[in-house]
Design a protein around this ligand. Sequence first.
Ligand code: FAD
Length: 399
Amino acid sequence: MDSTHADVAVVGGGIIGSCTAFYLARSGADVLVLDPAPGTGASAGNAGMLVPSQSVPFANPATVGAWLGALARRDSFVTLRRPLSPGLVPWIAGSLFEARPWRASRTTRLLYHLARKSLRLYEELTEAEGIDLQLRATGSLRVFRSTAAFRRQHRMVRTLAKLGAECELLGPRALREAEPQLHPDLAGAIGFPHDRSLDPARATLAIADAARAYGARFRAETVVGARRANGRVHSVVTDRGTVTADWFVIAAGAASSRVGRFFGARLPVRPGYGVSVTYPADRPLLRHSVMLEEAHIVINSGPRSVRLTTGMEFGGTAGGEPPAGAGQRLDAAARSFVPTLPSRDTAGAPWRGGRPMTPSGIPRVGRIGENVIAATGHGTLGMTLGPVTGTLVSSLVTR
Ligand SMILES: Cc1cc2nc3c(=O)[nH]c(=O)nc-3n(C[C@H](O)[C@H](O)[C@H](O)COP(=O)(O)OP(=O)(O)OC[C@H]3O[C@@H](n4cnc5c(N)ncnc54)[C@H](O)[C@@H]3O)c2cc1C
């Protein structure tokens, strides 16, 4: 069994662990990231949108109806799968509590400002650090089939506009001009020109490589326990040995609640599973990242692929397969909006990943013990919030 020392041991090498390792290593810390398969969790198969415009948290008044639908097993974008984990019911109650309008507005403001800052940091990583992130200035469109649903969202536009988000309303004709590949029979869209997009798996690995270039080490090890004495954690136990460190960071995504228990901490993080399907392409199919609002589908089309994502499923087993037929259903629903999607036969196998969800939608970033820092719970916005989280954790350690 190996024994190693580092200034900071980071548990988890997704976008959050990689950004954390990058900023810590850049500030001169000796960083060791422990992850059996870095960059293969939620950070791999997500929609790759960097979206301050999506700062309205999952816990908001509109989700209450979706939860009721899930509980009654009606058609709803939120679904429950058995077995329900022991803490899930109180977690759902907490999320409904956080969905009250004023709390959701407060969370929106916080997430929006963090997301804007993170986008600036992504640009700095590209321009000043030369990291090849292939950021795309796609902007994003929230597209509506029904005029009533489109009108209902005007309030959301006003809220985001008050926060400083630039957004525009596109009627049916303007939408056809903006996105000729979309079905012509749509009610309109809300456009957010400053949103960005990227290939999430590629970007996560590029940031991990940049962290390595500053001296961070990555080891393919699973953390299975932690040893504490006098109120401090002095080491973690992995499947290969022991790692001692001055600081420990929990960045284990949807597994953070389980990993937190090793450190004696309770982290209210539950996986909210989503599914994606990716098609090869030789040019971008759409000019923008597109959210099909009524279908709860996101389409991100890059220069080499088109990816569809959907779903918010709670419960079930960690690492389980996507529900049977998920790929076909997703393809059929998206095709009714974008008839020119690449052929279904070319699609890769459906992917399933867990978003690390907190009841409020506010990530848990901060000290949770004498020398333990949580950097988790980024929910639907983890790709967007990676760099800002990395700078926050780095300043907690170095100051
Ligand atoms: C379908 C879908 C679409 C999404 N779309 C977007 C989007 O467009 N924009 C956006 O901003 N966000 C999006 N998200 C959310 C985003 O993907 C997540 O918030 C983000 O990837 C979380 O990053 P992470 O590093 O915390 O977790 P992960 O990427 O899951 O990384 C956690 C890592 O911890 C490791 N780990 C776990 N347990 C242990 C252990 N015991 N020891 C060592 N390592 C361990 C795992 O191997 C994993 O690599 C989406 C998510 C999904 C599912």
